[in-house]
Design a protein around this ligand. Structure first.
Ligand SMILES: Cc1cc2nc3c(=O)[nH]c(=O)nc-3n(C[C@H](O)[C@H](O)[C@H](O)COP(=O)(O)OP(=O)(O)OC[C@H]3O[C@@H](n4cnc5c(N)ncnc54)[C@H](O)[C@@H]3O)c2cc1C
Length: 478
């Protein structure tokens, strides 16, 4: 059995790891010159390692942590030194309030100091309003605004969701982004009651879990950007081939599997396999599936992405004094250029230890619908980031180095109706045997969701190829 995995981001690598560790002949085909996709290591100020893309992974879901351990990074998994971010709210940095689910509070008091007194009174109205029926899905911003008022969305939900999707809360699918809250809101009489129900359930889950609670997030000493290479090495050690600089141009069904036309260092070639895992972003998947599954391709081509840029700055430690905490989020209503700032050396001890003379700060710019800022050149983006850092945290020192990393089409958007669209794609692909789709566009953009999606695509491809070869074996015997 030979399986091709198209795309060497974390989803494809997770699929390849699953396949190769089960003894299946696996070939990963990655278009760019490195594996990892949106997970990328880099360095600033000469040698200080930094993450240029994803930097932490949710550890309350097991998949990404399991993959890191299996790839030999178990000893290097590390929790943030400080947790609990902050908000740049009405010109002031304030600690992130507690007692909310993705910015939606369980009672008005939770947001005192963040929303205005009128905003607090509006939140309390929720329990007097008639129920708002939630259909198959809703845009979370619209729904929360209808129940609790726009201020909650603009001040809290928007920056928190923005941190995950670089999206617009007034479009994002409630069902996909906060599924527990969506379910609770269908049962409970009010949204506040739904939040309290979700909070009760997570308290119960914490009580049920024995022993100490693991940290919510983990990173990797030296950078999460080490993860893809470590997984690729583990795949190679298990016999897989991982080819970079190899773009898949076309996929064609063959009598007993698939043929792929690839363009790599040796020019254009054809490869064959018993099954294929497609682990590329939605527009690329649409291109590859156009001939064999036009229905899935049309849906995939309709996905929208947000672009963003990260500006990472290294300052002389002696010249800056940071506020406490790991950084801050910026609600778009503040009208600033940056959407978030991470004090990398405060958040991750390894960052501070590797370059004790430096203070590293990473800021992000751009989100869905606000990409015009990204038309500026790197120097202008860096200047915007510095202006905002000076206003927010009084950081006026000259950085010793500044790195601008652009992520064009970095994050798929999950608008209201997203789960139904994914359902239609899966239904269309149901009639395409021995092919499985995975990746950030489907069931979650976070690293654990991508790993889960890669693993289940690997299992599906194996099961389908195994089933058909059993059938073929039987038929030829007859
Ligand atoms: C700036 C940024 C910060 C983030 N921070 C976090 C974070 O802290 N925590 C978190 O959990 N998530 C974070 N995310 C989200 C997460 O990193 C991504 O959703 C995830 O890495 C996507 O993985 P993927 O494998 O599905 O896709 P990708 O990483 O996009 O990988 C797809 C791969 O397919 C390749 N490819 C495309 N077309 C072809 C082709 N025709 N042939 C061969 N190869 C092809 C591409 O080159 C790419 O390497 C962040 C994302 C961004 C952009």
């Amino acid at each position: 059995m030979h399986v091709l995995v198209i795309g060497g981001g974390i989803s494809g690598l997770a699929a390849a790891h699953r396949l190769s560790s089960r003894g299946v002949r696996t070939t990963v085909l990655e278009a760019s010159s490195r594996v990892g996709g949106k997970v990328q290591a880099g360095s600033v100020a000469g040698a200080a390692a930094v993450d240029l893309g994803a930097e932490s992974m949710l550890a309350r879901r097991p998949e990404a942590v399991e993959l890191a351990r299996a790839a030999g990074l178990g000893e290097d998994l590390t929790a943030p030194d400080v947790t609990g971010g902050a908000l740049w709210n009405r010109g002031e940095i304030r600690p992130m309030p507690k007692g909310h689910v993705m910015g939606v509070p369980g009672d008005a008091e939770a947001l005192r100091g963040i929303v205005s007194p009128e905003g607090l009174a509006r939140i309390a109205e929720d329990e007097r309003l008639p129920r708002t029926e939630l259909g198959e899905d809703a845009a979370i911003g619209e729904y929360v605004a209808a129940r609790l008022g726009r201020e909650v969305v603009d001040r809290l939900v928007e920056p928190l969701l923005g941190g995950v999707y670089a999206g617009d809360a007034y479009r994002i699918s409630m069902r996909a982004a906060v599924p527990q809250l969506y379910e609770a809101a269908r049962q409970e009489p009010s949204l506040l009651a739904a939040v309290r129900a979700v909070q009760r359930e997570s308290r119960r889950a914490a009580e049920r879990a024995e022993g100490e609670q693991p940290p919510a997030f983990l990173g990797v000493r030296g950078g999460l950007g080490r993860l893809p290479q470590a997984v690729a090495d583990a795949c190679r050690a298990a016999g897989a081939e991982v080819r970079t600089g190899t773009r898949v141009r076309r996929l064609e069904r063959a009598a007993d599997g698939w043929g792929a036309v690839v363009e790599g260092p040796e020019g254009e070639r054809s490869l064959t396999a018993d099954a294929v895992v497609v682990a590329v972003p939605a527009p690329a998947a649409a291109e590859l599936l156009r001939a064999e599954s036009p229905g899935a391709a049309v849906e995939l081509a309709a996905f929208e992405y947000a672009s963003m840029a990260l500006v990472t700055m290294a300052f002389r430690r002696s010249e800056v004094s940071l506020p406490g905490g790991s950084g801050f989020l910026v609600p778009p209503v503040e009208g600033r250029s940056i959407k978030a700032a991470t004090f990398s050396g405060s958040k991750w001890r390894w960052v501070a230890e590797q370059a004790p003379e430096l203070t590293l700060v990473r800021t992000s710019l751009g989100r869905y619908g606000e990409e015009r800022v990204l038309e500026r050149d790197d120097a202008e983006l860096a200047a915007l980031a510095r202006t905002d850092l000076a206003a927010a945290a009084g950081i006026t020192a000259e950085p010793v180095d500044t790195l601008v990393t652009r992520w064009d089409a970095g994050l798929p958007q999950y608008p209201s109706g997203h789960p139904a669209r994914v359902g239609r794609i899966r239904a269309a692909l149901g009639s395409v045997p021995r092919l499985a789709l995975c990746g950030a566009a489907l069931d979650g953009v976070g690293i654990p969701a991508c790993v889960a999606s890669g693993r289940s695509a690997a299992d599906q491809a194996l099961a389908e190829a195994g089933e058909s070869s059993k059938r073929e074996g039987r038929e030829s015997h007859v």
